[in-house]
Design a protein around this ligand. Structure first.
Ligand SMILES: [Zn+2]
Length: 191
């Protein structure tokens, strides 16, 4: 479940600094963190970037596929390493909690559960949205809010789990790890 636990931590401060520069929002870490019961509300600069994504959603496969896709596995490594989140769930052959008649996208290996709370969760969720086009993120659920690819806003999430202790994030089908890492490096190193 946690194959990367022993990976030595790299330089999260540099990475976070770079992210703040890339996104151009100095107050990013505080955005939307006013209260634990408030719904997640990304800053406008993040939402405008999130809007530059395709109007596309790849639903779950009809059967469990057995493992994370390469793209989802790559995203998990980046989150674990650069944001120092040890517990990131991934593949699970199970039903969708909000729609038990369907399989979860976890069963297709394209969903992660990033176990975080509070301001750190806002930071990561905003990062996922700001880079959604390049990361090929298709959906994020965090703190009673949901974002889907192609949207310039987040909307209230009414599922049974409010997602206040983890971020659920899905990637589009067919993400390629080589491209993914090239894009992530580009963004992290941008001045
Ligand atoms: Zn999930």
């Amino acid at each position: 479940m946690r194959p990367y636990v022993n990976t030595p931590p790299s330089t999260p401060v540099l990475v976070l600094t770079a992210l703040a520069l890339v996104i151009g929002t100095p107050g990013l870490t505080l955005a939307g963190a006013a209260g634990a019961t408030d719904a997640w509300q990304p800053p406008p600069s993040v939402l405008s970037r999130a809007a530059a994504t395709p109007d596309r959603y790849d639903g779950p496969a009809p059967v469990c596929t057995g493992a994370l896709t390469p793209g989802a596995a790559a995203l998990r490594r980046v989150i674990q390493r650069d944001f120092r989140v040890r517990d990131v769930g991934g593949y699970a052959c199970r039903a969708n909690t909000a729609d038990p008649g369907k399989l979860s996208v976890h069963a297709s290996g394209r969903a992660l559960d990033v176990m975080v709370e509070g301001a750190k969760g806002d930071l990561i969720a905003n990062w996922l949205l700001a880079h959604a086009r390049d990361l090929q993120v298709q959906l994020v659920i965090w703190r009673q809010s949901i974002w889907r690819s192609g949207r310039a806003d987040v909307r209230r999430y009414h599922g049974p789990n409010p997602h206040t202790d983890h971020i659920h994030v899905e990637v589009l089908a067919g993400t390629e790890p080589a491209d993914f890492f090239a894009v992530v490096r580009l963004h992290l190193e941008a001045p």
